[in-house]
Write a protein that binds this ligand. Sequence first.
Ligand code: GLY
Length: 378
Amino acid sequence: MIPGKGTKIMTERLQVLYNRKPCYDIVFTSSFQTLWQELDTLGCGGRRICILTDSRVDGLYGGEVLELLTGRCKKAVKYAFPEGEAHKTLDTVQEIYRFLIAEEFDRKDLLLALGGGVVGDVAGYVAATYLRGIDFVQVPTTLLAQADSSIGGKTGVDFDGYKNMVGAFKMPRLVYMNLEVLKSLEDRQFYSGFAEVMKHGLIKDTLLYEWLIENMYEICERDMTVLQEMLVRSCTVKKLVVEKDPTEQGDRALLNFGHTIGHAIEKARNFELYHGECVALGAVAAAFLSWKRGLLSMEEYYEVRDMFVPFSLPISIDGIDPQEILRLTRSDKKRESGNIRFVLLKKIGKAVIDNTVTDQEILAAIQEIYFSDEDAHA
Ligand code: GLY
């Protein structure tokens, strides 16, 4: 565990709009202590609440959060499923339906997703579909979930090996972030989440990108004040994008920067690499393609690539077959009329969607990040 600095932070909040109307708040704070207060404001006093979590997070925070709710709402219960991407399935969803039915949950009750991206996506999908939809709140406990997946209402599960193939848009009623949990994340997990923060700077916010570089040391040290500013700035980028295009008809696809090749690598390596590690690799490949297209200068490409290194994120990978990665990018669902919707960088801080990227260009970008045994012995 990284000690981090013990600085207490002042609670901050952002309001997310949906169809131009206030929809939910994102709360950035340093404990679970004010969670009930937030839920009470949403009128949860007379409702049943089911905490949905996974086996790992349950062991860390499940008991504390259950205790906070018990005696305050109508009934508080908890359901934990085994951790890991392998359990982001319709089978897990069915098990949760059965639990909710046994606990007599009705449409007025509420689900609370306590965990990382998998928990949030599964819980959100259950919330979207159980009794045709019940309320849910997100309490993300990883940097990846805090910076990205808990915001914007994308929910779903993997299906037949395809990531997020079945799902629904379902906005949460609240996103409650206890930043203190970031201190106990293992390094790989922390930096994996950081890749999504970096992505937000690269696609939309040059000043955020520069700030991340200036504050590199404090971020790696997990200084709480700096992490709070980082998350507020990063979530502001995401909030503005999802407010403008909640169901990904256009600009929201910019958030998929690094994900086309990233998802393909994630699948080819059987999810043994972390999501953010694959996004970093995909981002380097997309930045390379942007350079080759004459959008970024060579200096900018190398700068973007090398910026992942101090955050312990990979910029090259071995043990893949570039042709297989290309094939998998074709089966990724981010396609429009047969073409891949590729996200390129026009400059650092400005991304664009391009439907004309060819297989040859994608293959060249995959070759750029591919580190073969021959390279090692050259
Ligand atoms: N994680 C990408 C999105 O929320 O659209």
